[in-house]
Structure formats: structure tokens, C-alpha cells
Design a protein around this ligand. Structure first.
Ligand code: ADP
Ligand code: MG
Length: 672
């Protein structure tokens, strides 16, 4: 007897549903896309119980005839493509004809629809993939789909649903994304009868962003619009048009959660674009810090393959490097016109560099980018390497523990950000032997030393650093002694020190992060958070999705020293912040913590909310890289670090200390 059988439709639909229907928000996504594809001008979303009990989407689009309404639930039934060739130029959001079949196989679905010229509308009822009923029903032009009891017949899937607040957050986010992509469409979202979002049709993206995020958010954003820039459009590599908004450098995020990327109106998660965006901020934002962005990329349909991901949230570009160029340069130009970056005469060299190898693009920001940075620095009249021992006055900053400059102060002058590279010892270090040397490093992204930081000018005769890298090792806790002596700083970012076993490099930011993380975590048990009152409370506009979660996280935040007050609408007043946290970082922490619920997608179930809050606070309160430190401060930091629970790793698991052992130094000089 043969063992292979062809599965009946209701089973194969269930399998397909596993790919498309992950959670209520993914159902809503497919239904909203259908409404947009049907030309709706108004979309209403009603949700109950985070979408488990009910998800109802009403549109005023073209509707369906009775035959189509029944056919729509068949697998691979679509009006959007007809021939294989159509797949290479997809102009609609849907095209596989799978969504309705998949959704109907795992829920109880009712569809009511009518076209403009039909005498009567149609109601189709279908449950767990079985057609129950088709009859006449009244409905204005358009379609209403009601999805009840999601996963009622697949208990295993139901168990994977998260709390109602989390699912609501994802639903609100989803509605927000599509509302941003389509300012011309009116959107309403109600959750358990409460209106979360009501957006009238808007003129343009700016007006829509204002409706969604509020004036404050918009104030912090720089406009990107490369169509205003003729030279960009005529450049041969320019196949993509880029517009939208990106954040000013003072807004900092430690994840990419606040980046909304759209390709031809489709919300996508795209590493290539994400990286190109970061490239645009090169030398403006430090490594590991991300801007917020709303970027709309338009490319000719045949330049992009949207059929590469089950939920259609990833795309593949035919000429990826050229798209990355366009994004990077548009962002760069936006930053430059706001005074944050030198104007980009370097566009040509940058583009040519990556044109020559279409696959290199942003994946390998190797030598081409070094050249670019050099060109950029020179164009801006800056030396690539700032001299050692410059007598920089101590930055004034007194709100936090021991007087580190805050990000805002450093950012207040755009020039101070463009100096990527400096190997500086601060004034007081002159008593120490002039220990910093010029290193010659290729970008070595896999090591603790990031490319951004150590590409220092070549010194003749010195071996390239990557040959030393095999000797520079992470330090085991057991091998740490109290006898660590700081000598100075490399690149104003790494403390150079010695101990009994060799030479140490301590990443000042992550070291301080570890110190603060432990401190904040200890607060939890003592329950005695120290706060500092704001002179004038700052306000913070929640996004619609963040508003869904605010009450859940507010109590936790308050136990760390925040004092928050919900004002009208989606505005929150920050009245006090945790001790140590610079006031300018309060909003960043708030935004980040409110977005951590999304961290499950980064595989972050490991982290509890409290850990996330402590880590976020620690990161934002910690000394930044590119900051001069006086010897006492280095000493203080090292002493405190040694007292922590884990001096060699930061809360995110990165190494804090690297060591070049004396043994290896001796070997390197052929002395043993
Ligand atoms: P796809 O969107 O990939 O074509 P779906 O399963 O989502 O597949 O929908 C199947 C078909 O049902 C669509 O091609 C469209 O013709 C029709 N349809 C679905 N939703 C709507 C709607 N809201 N208004 C009009 N037609 C719709
Ligand atoms: Mg569809």
C-alpha cells in the first residue's frame, strides 16, 4: 500500500494558515490589505479581547459579487494575478489568494459584501474551513468581515497567543502602519468598545504623522525627500525614491523598533534598508544606537520581488546595492540640510564604490566606507584623526552622579559629532605616560572593537590590529584582580589599563551599563528608588500602540523612580526620573520600555519586563562612547565594575573587558 496521500483541502488550509495566521494582528493585516486593494477610502477595525474573540473589518471598497464572495474562500482564489508573468510586477498588497482560505480554516468567519450595482448583498458564513451558509444580506457598497474565536479548532495555536494587552498592542501597531502608508484613507480602531484610533483622511504623510504621533514627535523629525534633489534622481544608480522622516540625533533607540519601513506602500522589515539607514547616520550616531524613522521607498514594480515571505513582510530587491545607496544618501542629505552632517559631495565616491560590486552594498561596509569617511571628514575640513592630548575642558553636566556630559550637550553642536575618530587622552591624563598609539585597524565588526571606532590612521611599521586580534581576548572573571590601573583612553571610548597579566581594554559604555544595571536591579529588592524631580515636567506623546500598554508598564517604571502622570488623550507628563538618568534621556527610556513588549519577536522571552527596564535605564544613563574621562572617573568606574555581579559581560551579553596578555606581547616582539 502506498504511504503518501494528498491532503484534503481543509487540512492543507490549516497548514497554510500556520504560515499566514500567526496572531490576531496577522489576520487583521490580511484583511486590511484586502480592503486597501479593494480601493477603500474608509476602514473600520473593531477588536474584542485582543482579537481572540472578535476582529471585524469594514471597508467601503468595491465589494464582491455573490459568486466571488464564495470563491474568495477557496485556496489560491485571487482576482489580483492571472498569469505567471504577473508575479514579476505586483501592484497590489495581496496576490496569493490564500489569506481568506487560511483565516477561515482557523476561525468562525462571516463575510457580508456588496458591489455598487448589485441589487442585494451577500452573506457568507464559514467555520473551521466549512462553508455553512450563503444568503442575501443588506450591506452598502463594500465589505465587512467578522472573524470570531480565532484558533477555536487549533488549541495548540491558541496557547501561543500572548496577553490581551500584547495582542492589542500588535493590532494597534498594525493599524498605525497602514494608516501611515495610506494617509488618504480614514482609519478607525476600537478595542473593547473604546476608540483607540480615529483618523480622518489626511492631505499627506506629514499630516497623517501628526494625527498619529502628535506635534512633539513631528518636531523631533527631519524630513527626507529625495525628489527635491535633482542630482540624486538623475544619478544612474538611483532606482529608488525615498521620502519620509528620520529622527534628529538626540533621539536614540537601542533597537530598531521605532523604524517603520515601507516599500511601495507595503510595511516591511528589511535589514538592508535598516542598515543603509544606519549608514546614513554613520559618525552621527554611535554604533548600536538606532534612529527612529518612517521611510517610504518607491521602486519600479519589476525591481522588487514581494513573493519571498509567507506574511509578505520581507521583500527582495533586484539591485539591492543601488537601493541601499539611495536610502543612505537620502538620509544623509536630510541630516545635512538640518545641519547634522556635512553636505554630501561624497555621494559619487560612495555610489561608485558600491556600484562596482552590486552585492557588496551595505553588507560589507569595508574599505569603500573608510574612503567615504575620509572623504567626508576631509570635505568638512577635519583631520581624520584628532590629535592626542587635546586639552578639552571637562564637560559640564551636573545632574547625574559624577558629571558626564549628556548626549544632548554633545549633540548641540553638529561639528562635535562628525569627528568620528580620535584617540585622545583628556587633559588630566598628561601626567600618565603618553601611552596611546595610533592603531591601524581594518574594520573588524565581529570583535568587540567596532569598525566605527578604530579605523585610525596607519602608523608605519606597526602590525595591523587584526593580527593582534587573535591575541586580544575576552577576560574570564576568575582572572580579574583588583589591581587594575587605568592609563588613558583610546578613541575616547575604551579605557586602556594594565593588570598583572597584561594590557586591558575596557569599553566605558558597557562597563558603566553593567554598574548601573546591577544598581537598578538591586532597587527592586530594596524598593527604595531614588528620583530626581524635573524642574518643569516634560511631556511625552504616546503612540496609539504605546497607549494600549501604558498602564501595564507605568507601575513598574514608577518603582524605578519615574513619576508619570497620564494627561488627556495620549499625553503623559514625566514629573520625575530615576536618579542617574539624564533628563534628556527620560523620553528615550520611556519609548524604549513601551516598545519592549515587541521584544518577543527578537526571541526575548528570557527577559522580564523588570530586566528590560533596568537594562534600558542602564544603557541610557551610562557614559557614552566618544567621551573624555578624567583619571579619577576611570578609577571610579573600574572599582565599581569590579563590585558588580558580572564585571566581564554587559546586561546585553557583550564583553566589557578585553585583554592582551603580557605573554602574547612578549611573543609578538619575539622575546620568547
Ligand atoms: P489575495 O488578496 O491574495 O487575492 P485573499 O484570500 O486575501 O487573497 O482574497 C481573495 C480575493 O477575495 C481577493 O483577490 C479579492 O478579489 C477578494 N476580496 C477579499 N477581500 C476583499 C474586500 N475586502 N473587498 C473586495 N474584495 C475582496
Ligand atoms: Mg489578501
Amino acid at each position: 500500500m502506498s504511504k503518501i496521500r494528498v491532503l484534503p483541502d481543509h487540512i492543507s488550509n490549516l497548514i497554510a494558515a500556520g504560515e499566514v495566521v500567526e496572531r490576531p494582528a496577522s489576520v487583521a493585516k490580511e484583511l486590511v490589505e484586502n480592503a486597501i486593494d479593494a480601493g477603500a477610502r474608509r476602514i473600520v477595525i473593531d477588536v474584542e479581547s485582543g482579537g481572540r474573540r472578535l476582529l471585524k473589518i469594514t471597508d467601503d471598497g468595491e465589494g464582491m459579487t455573490r459568486d466571488d464572495a464564495v470563491l474568495a474562500f477557496e485556496r489560491h482564489a485571487t482576482s489580483k494575478i492571472a498569469r505567471a508573468e504577473d508575479l514579476s510586477a505586483i501592484a497590489t498588497l495581496g496576490f496569493r489568494g490564500e489569506a481568506l482560505a487560511s483565516i477561515a480554516s482557523v476561525a468562525r468567519v462571516e463575510l457580508v459584501t456588496s458591489t455598487a450595482d448589485a441589487s442585494a448583498g451577500t452573506r457568507v458564513t464559514i467555520e473551521g474551513g466549512r462553508l455553512r451558509d450563503v444568503k442575501d444580506a443588506a450591506h452598502p457598497r463594500g465589505t465587512t468581515i467578522t472573524v470570531r474565536d480565532l484558533f477555536f479548532n487549533t488549541p495548540a495555536r491558541r496557547k501561543f497567543l500572548r496577553s490581551e494587552a500584547t495582542e492589542s498592542y500588535h493590532l494597534t501597531n498594525l493599524a498605525t502602519h497602514y494608516a501611515l502608508a495610506h494617509p488618504e484613507i480614514a482609519f478607525t480602531l476600537t478595542n473593547n468598545g473604546r476608540e483607540t484610533l480615529r483618523l480622518a483622511p489626511a492631505q499627506d504623510l506629514r499630516e497623517r504623522a501628526y494625527q498619529v504621533f502628535g506635534a512633539q514627535f513631528l518636531d523631533g523629525l527631519l524630513e527626507i525627500n529625495d525628489s527635491a534633489d535633482d542630482s540624486a534622481r538623475t544619478h544612474p544608480a538611483q532606482i529608488a525614491r525615498v521620502r519620509g522622516f528620520v529622527s534628529a540625533p538626540r533621539e536614540r533607540r537601542t533597537s530598531r523598533d521605532s523604524q517603520f519601513l515601507f516599500v511601495n506602500g507595503r510595511f516591511v522589515r528589511d535589514r538592508l534598508i535598516g542598515r543603509a539607514l544606519s549608514e546614513g547616520y554613520r559618525s552621527i550616531l554611535p554604533h548600536g544606537v538606532y534612529p527612529a524613522a518612517l521611510l517610504f521607498i518607491e521602486v519600479p514594480l519589476e525591481e522588487v520581488d514581494v513573493n519571498v515571505h509567507p506574511a509578505k513582510t520581507e521583500v527582495r530587491f533586484r539591485r539591492a546595492a543601488a537601493v541601499a545607496d539611495a536610502v543612505r544618501e537620502a538620509v544623509r542629505a536630510g541630516l545635512a540640510s538640518a545641519g547634522y552632517a556635512p553636505t554630501a559631495e561624497i555621494r559619487d565616491s560612495a555610489s561608485i564604490a558600491s556600484d562596482s560590486d552590486p552585492n557588496a552594498g551595505v553588507n560589507e561596509p569595508a574599505d569603500a566606507d573608510v574612503v567615504t569617511d575620509q572623504a567626508r571628514s576631509e570635505a568638512a575640513g577635519e583631520p581624520l584623526v584628532s590629535q592626542s592630548f587635546n586639552l578639552r575642558p571637562e564637560p559640564q553636566q551636573e545632574r547625574i552622579g559624577f558629571g558626564f556630559a549628556t548626549a544632548t550637550q554633545r549633540e548641540s553642536s553638529p561639528e562635535s559629532q562628525t569627528g568620528v575618530i580620535s584617540s585622545t587622552l583628556s587633559a588630566a591624563d598628561q601626567i600618565a605616560p603618553p601611552a596611546t598609539a595610533e592603531f591601524n585597524a581594518k574594520p573588524a565588526t565581529d570583535t568587540g572593537l567596532t569598525a566605527d571606532r578604530v579605523e585610525v590612521k596607519a602608523g608605519p611599521g606597526l602590525p595591523p590590529l587584526d593580527s593582534a586580534l587573535k591575541f586580544v581576548r575576552e577576560v574570564a572573571v576568575e582572572s580579574l584582580s583588583a589591581n587594575i590601573r587605568p592609563l588613558g583612553q583610546l578613541d575616547e571610548s575604551f579605557i586602556i589599563a594594565t593588570d598583572n597579566e597584561g594590557l586591558l581594554l575596557i569599553d566605558q559604555h558597557v562597563a558603566h551599563e553593567r554598574v548601573l544595571f546591577d544598581k537598578y536591579r538591586a532597587l527592586e529588592s530594596s524598593r527604595r528608588a531614588e528620583s530626581q524631580q524635573m524642574l518643569i515636567p516634560e511631556t511625552f506623546d504616546l503612540t496609539p500602540a504605546q497607549a494600549d500598554l501604558f498602564d501595564t508598564v507605568a507601575t513598574e517604571l514608577e518603582s524605578y523612580g519615574f513619576d508619570l502622570m497620564r494627561l488627556s488623550g495620549r499625553t503623559v507628563a514625566i514629573k520625575a526620573t530615576p536618579a542617574d538618568l539624564p533628563a534628556s534621556e527620560a523620553r528615550n527610556v520611556l519609548a524604549e520600555v513601551l516598545d519592549t513588549v515587541d521584544s518577543e519577536k527578537r526571541g526575548g522571552a528570557r527577559a522580564t519586563l523588570r530586566d528590560e527596564i533596568a537594562a534600558s535605564l542602564a544603557c541610557h544613563a551610562a557614559i557614552k562612547v566618544n567621551m573624555p574621562l578624567a583619571p579619577e572617573k576611570m578609577r571610579w568606574l573600574i572599582d565599581r565594575l569590579l563590585l558588580t555581579s558580572s564585571p566581564t559581560t554587559c546586561p546585553h551579553g557583550r564583553p566589557v573587558i578585553l585583554r592582551l596578555a603580557t605573554q602574547d606581547i612578549l611573543k609578538g616582539f619575539h622575546r620568547i
